[in-house]
Ligand binder design. Structure first.
Ligand SMILES: Cc1cc2nc3c(=O)[nH]c(=O)nc-3n(C[C@H](O)[C@H](O)[C@H](O)COP(=O)(O)O)c2cc1C
Length: 220
């Protein structure tokens, strides 16, 4: 696969097979992603890769919290309301996803269920939780974003599907307790990964992009 094919072929997958990715392949991807650039080369990402029973147990804890009505308490603001064109893009993505899953716009219980699937990693056998040191803010978050895409492209080129998930940062204390981390580790996002279940309805969703003219301005 060429780099262009990996970039164009990567998409968010929300239904996985239980089959695990070989440990050596996972290591290879994380080794490669270590080459991601960062401001002053500080490499602020702290990644915890969780698999197997430990991942299932962590998922259960987060789902139990959500079902019990525990309010999310993310380390970074996660409740921004989008407006205008951004809101339209958000709604369009939701229409594509819930449409593929056969969930009506006002079917709140099924939409909630679909959202909770985030906390179960959409059935993926692996997830990486990406933290950064407590005092870091936007500038270091840029580095973590570049790192995320580097990971996902390296996965794609090996036939491994993934989904970046802000939703995996909603219950940080549960994750920190589970992994034995202190509060100086603040979580920005998680990425579920594994092999795509092509029969999962959610995976039929395709979201578009705005045209270049709406995003890129060329000057000379
Ligand atoms: C930082 C980040 C956080 C995201 N959080 C979630 C999430 O919590 N749940 C989810 O289903 N998708 C999440 N996504 C996936 C986006 O919805 C997806 O990237 C977008 O709709 C474009 O679709 P594509 O990835 O298939 O191209 C996230 C993506 C990014 C980059």
């Amino acid at each position: 696969m060429t780099l262009d094919q990996a970039i164009a072929g990567r998409r968010s997958v929300r239904g996985f097979l239980t089959r695990e990715v070989p440990a050596a392949t996972i290591r290879e991807v994380f080794e490669l992603a270590q080459t991601a650039p960062s401001n002053c080369n500080i490499q602020p990402w702290i990644s915890h890769v969780v698999s197997g029973d430990s991942l299932r147990a962590l998922g259960r804890k987060m789902v139990e919290a959500a079902n019990a009505g525990v309010a999310p308490d993310p380390d970074f603001t996660a409740d921004r309301k989008f407006a205008g064109a951004y809101r339209e893009r958000q709604v369009d993505a939701a229409v594509q996803l819930y449409g593929a899953m056969g969930i009506e716009r006002h079917d709140r219980p099924r939409r909630d269920w679909a959202y909770r699937r985030n906390l179960e990693f959409f059935g993926a056998p692996h997830a990486v939780f990406v933290f950064m040191f407590g005092e870091f803010e936007e500038r270091e978050a840029v580095d973590l974003g570049i790192y995320a895409q580097t990971l996902m492209l390296a996965f794609t080129s090996r036939g491994i599907a993934s989904c970046a998930q802000g939703a995996l940062s909603l219950y940080p204390s549960i994750i920190r307790d589970h992994l034995g981390l202190d509060a100086s580790n603040r979580i920005l996002y998680g990425i579920s990964f594994g092999y795509e279940d092509v029969s999962a309805p959610a995976n039929a969703a395709r979201v578009g992009r705005v045209s270049l003219a709406d995003s890129v301005i060329f000057h000379r």
